[in-house]
Design a binder for this molecule. Structure first.
Ligand SMILES: NC(=O)NCCC[C@H](N)C(=O)O
Length: 258
């Protein structure tokens, strides 16, 4: 039986010092953030995911955004080299966690940079955002790692948001969804659906038609419900102040055999 495990990482006490790039900094309430993170983890568990905590990295303010240090395809994990230097110490704990779960591990090497938030999987296609935290050498290394396993890697420009998955994610049927003013080239995706809210661009596929989404995107949730999906809303407001989304707070591992 394939396992359904989700890596999560407890927020650092220094969360409020996390990076902001495209937003103005506003104060983060770390206590509230921890409550929101616990509710997020509970939502994953309620919908059938076993949560696995990566060792906390208290000195790394952005470590809660656990999807960024790694890309997993089938049972192979590529440990990224974060585009932001302040995030480079986050990788060791994530590497240890994926290895413990039985993944084969590869690494992105200098001069490559690659953030997991820049990689969107749609079936066997890996769209990779180029322009912010991920560079051309990182894309080449992603190709070299995953194309031999049957992945097709498609590089797409990202200039208006932090990561590719800040701009677009995909519904269970593969339709790519995004808030058009923030998507550089919607025509690169075979099927694209515009959504009315920025945070409506971010869905985590929970299985069975359920979509984990931010509570800040109620109109998009209605749109998706009207299309036959089942939105599950969580408040991640404190993380949104740091350019975090529902996608970046976990790494779902669907193809491990445990
Ligand atoms: N995948 C993501 O969208 N990650 C969000 C990272 C936010 C963090 N403050 C950062 O700038 O790296």
């Amino acid at each position: 039986m394939p396992s359904q495990k989700a890596l999560i990482r407890r927020p650092s006490p220094r969360l409020a010092e996390g990076l902001v790039t495209h937003l103005e900094r506003t104060p983060v309430d770390v206590g509230l953030a921890v409550e929101q993170w616990e509710a997020y983890a509970q939502a994953l568990r309620t919908h059938g995911w076993e949560t696995v905590e990566v060792e906390p990295a208290d000195d790394c303010p952005d470590s809660v955004f656990v999807e960024d240090p790694v890309v997993v395809f089938r049972n192979v994990a590529l440990i990224g080299r974060p585009g932001a230097e302040s995030r480079r110490d986050e990788t060791a704990g994530v590497e240890e966690a994926v290895a413990r779960l039985g993944c084969s591990v590869n690494w992105v090497w200098e001069p490559g940079t690659l953030d997991g938030g820049d990689v969107l999987k749609v079936g066997d296609t890996l769209y990779v955002g180029l322009g912010g935290r991920t560079n051309a050498a990182g894309v080449q290394q992603l190709r070299a790692t995953f194309e031999p396993l049957g992945a097709r890697v498609v590089a797409v420009p990202v200039s208006r948001v932090l990561h590719l998955k800040s701009a677009v994610t995909a519904l269970p049927d593969g339709t790519v969804v995004g808030h058009e003013p923030l998507v550089d080239t919607p025509s690169l995706f075979p099927r694209f659906l515009g959504v009315p809210e920025e945070s409506g661009s971010h869905v985590v596929l929970l299985g069975g038609g359920k979509l984990l989404m931010a509570a800040s995107a109620p109109k998009t949730a209605d749109l998706f419900a009207g299309l036959g999906h089942e939105p599950v809303l969580v408040d991640i407001g404190e993380f949104e102040k740091l350019e975090g989304c529902v996608t970046c707070l976990s790494v779902r591992l669907r193809e491990l055999y445990a």
